[in-house]
Design a protein around this ligand. Structure first.
Ligand code: ZN
Length: 302
């Protein structure tokens, strides 16, 4: 063994290759510097390779994890797509149902509209005139339109009902029948005075209807008896108040069947025909007053 001092002084190494059998040995001179560089290079390569390998493994691991995540995401994506599709289908179904309901509602509104027209026509035929309301526009495009129209229809029908009640009240309380159906012997207005044997004219405030003594005198409309008793030229008189400004008077009766303050209805027998008061024969003097003014009964009762 050489001492380290001597070893340090060495600059080259000789590698001898000796053949196993006969032959010449081969000598290679290698400098110490070359050997050192070679060793360093090898070391660097090893370090680099190790570092590369570590990085590569990390990347591979990360890539694997990304792949797994990606797969999970894909799966979740598929699930969501299916959910959206099912929601879409549900929405389509709901939309179709809504459309059908809207169509049905429109038809019902149309029926109501037609019914309203028919009711009004029937009322008109019965002498109850109701203003016609605006016709419905059936080009309804949205649910809001249908709701608005339904609201309008409801208010129109409510007003119709209220109107009918009012008109029925007015109709029942408006004189509509004559107290007796017989020969009209004297009309409303200026006439020859029957008591002067036609020598002078006078104003006749009602109509006279002739009939037999004791015939039924009927009330011309619903109302309350305002007066039942003797009244000068009218003889035995009945005055009925019908409200809405209407009063009817029945004169020259032989007998009174109602009392003051009593409720009477249209067609009710209230007295018997006679010739009391200023009268030349058996008849009923029938008079209608509207707001206190004497009017022609035949203009009110057709
Ligand atoms: Zn008269």
């Amino acid at each position: 063994m050489k001492s380290p001092k001597i070893y340090k002084k060495l600059k080259n190494y000789t590698v001898v290759l000796i053949p196993e059998k006969n032959g010449k040995s081969k000598y290679f001179n290698i400098s110490k510097k070359f050997l050192t560089y070679s060793f360093c290079s090898l070391l660097i390569i090893i370090v680099l390779l190790t570092s590369f390998f570590i990085n590569y493994s990390n990347l591979k691991r990360k890539n694997l994890s990304y792949k797994t995540n990606n797969e999970q995401l894909n799966q979740s994506n598929l699930q969501k797509t299916a959910e959206i599709q099912s929601m879409k289908e549900n929405m389509d179904k709901n939309n179709e149902e809504l459309k059908n309901t809207e169509k049905e509602l429109k038809n019902k509104l149309k029926e109501l509209d037609e019914l309203e027209v028919q009711i009004k026509e029937k009322l008109n035929n019965k002498g109850i005139h109701i203003e016609s309301s605006n016709t419905i526009n059936f080009e309804l495009s949205s649910s809001e339109d249908i709701i608005k129209t339904a609201d309008y229809k409801i208010s129109s029908l409510t007003s119709l009902v209220n109107n009918v009640d009012k008109k029925l009240y007015i109709q029942a309380h408006k004189p509509s029948i004559l107290p007796y159906y017989g020969t009209i012997t004297s009309y409303f207005g200026v006439r020859k005075s029957p008591t002067s044997r036609g020598r002078s004219s006078e104003y006749h405030s009602g109509i006279d209807i002739g009939g037999s003594y004791g015939a039924d005198i009927r009330c011309a409309a619903d109302g309350i008896v305002e007066f039942a008793g003797w009244n000068g030229a009218y003889g035995k008189l009945i005055i009925v108040n019908h409200g809405n400004g209407y009063q009817t008077l029945y004169g020259h009766n032989s007998k009174l069947l109602v009392k003051s303050g009593q409720n009477v209805s249209k067609g009710q027998v209230i007295s018997k025909m006679g010739s009391t008061g200023r009268s030349t024969g058996c008849h009923v003097h029938f008079e209608i007053r509207l707001n206190g003014n004497k009017i022609n009964p035949l203009k009110v009762i057709k």
